[in-house]
Design a protein around this ligand. Structure first.
Ligand SMILES: Nc1ncnc2c1ncn2[C@@H]1O[C@H](COP(=O)(O)OP(=O)(O)O)[C@@H](O)[C@H]1O
Ligand SMILES: [Mg+2]
Length: 294
């Protein structure tokens, strides 16, 4: 069974593509077979990330892991109905062709598109990175400006709710596990950080998501993109670049924490004979992927 992980948020610049790339590489390093689909064909950040990775591997002779990366383009048909039908067929075809994969990771655009809605409805896991700001929070829920109370769900939460409803109606077993992760957490704005944390805790129970620890605001993410590398490629004997600062080490722990929070099964361990009770995927602290007792 292929497990579908969707990176979504109706907002650009929240860290979807960055997180998608790190999730893809983490899963590949655990021995899983992984496909990555970029549905943001306007920005193409995930596709560009992978192109940069291939170029870096060729240029330096580094041995890097790669996912399958099929294209699923938006339709250019004029009629909305026909375009939607074509896009539905394109995504279905991609899923059929990827049935052998353990994981399909889908990076969505920061906008409400038909393909993005479809992807959400196919998700087993949704990961929503959120900048640590109430402008981003507003896409999840409305807040009373006077009292600060959460008034109710807003745009993006409604979309996840629709996806959950669609999935339940289609008879697919199990619900959608929705994880919200705070991104670009600042080391200094402690009050804002605490305030956001409280509101997100309150909201998580009301609209049904789990909170991940999140990523700090670190220049390294911007530096790795042109080389197509992730924090998980750094360090180790044959690594193309070494982890050089405490901030990099902490950043990598944050990535591992996100992967652990996703609570995914480890198909590679199951294939290796761990059997049906294979523990959840947990990368170990040394940089290699590994499996710890569940
Ligand atoms: N934790 C972080 N710290 C610093 N910069 C980040 C972090 N996460 C993402 N970025 C940078 O922010 C920009 C937008 O991230 P991206 O992943 O492309 O967002 P999205 O896919 O949601 O539009 C990129 O330049 C990326 O390198
Ligand atoms: Mg993106």
């Amino acid at each position: 069974m292929t497990h579908v992980i969707v990176l979504g948020n109706e907002k650009g610049g929240s860290g979807k593509s960055t997180a998608a790339m790190h999730v893809v590489v983490a899963l590949l390093k655990s021995g899983a077979s992984v496909a990555a689909i970029d549905l943001d064909m306007r920005q193409r950040s995930l596709s560009r990330y992978l192109e940069n990775r291939r170029a870096f591997a060729e240029m330096t002779g580094s041995e890097l892991v790669f996912p399958e990366n099929p294209r699923v383009d938006p339709s250019s048909l004029d009629s909305r109905e026909q375009a939607w039908r074509e896009e539905t067929e394109r995504l279905q075809t991609a899923f059929s062709n990827l049935a052998h994969c353990d994981f399909v990771v889908i990076d969505c655009p920061g906008a409400d598109t038909h393909l993005s809605r479809l992807a959400h409805a196919h998700a087993d896991t949704i990961v929503t990175p959120l900048n640590d700001s109430f402008v981003d929070f507003d896409l999840l829920a409305r807040i009373d400006p006077e009292t600060g109370d959460v008034l109710g769900p807003s745009l993006y939460s409604e979309m996840v709710w629709q996806a959950r409803k669609r999935r339940a109606m289609s008879g697919v077993k199990g619900g959608i596990d929705w994880i919200v992760m705070r991104n670009r957490l600042s080391a200094t704005r402690a009050n804002n950080k605490r305030h956001m944390g409280e509101k997100l805790d309150d909201l998580s129970a009301r609209i049904g998501f789990r909170l991940a620890r999140g990523f700090g605001d670190r220049v390294i993410y911007r530096e790795l993109f042109p080389k197509g590398l992730t924090l998980l490629d750094l360090g180790g004997k044959n690594a193309p670049i070494r982890l050089s600062t405490m901030s990099h080490v902490t950043a990598r722990l944050e990535i591992r924490s996100l992967i652990a929070t996703l609570n995914l099964s480890n198909p590679a361990a199951e294939r290796d004979g761990a059997g049906r009770s294979a523990p959840a995927y947990r990368p170990d602290a040394s940089g290699k992927s590994g499996v710890a007792a569940a």
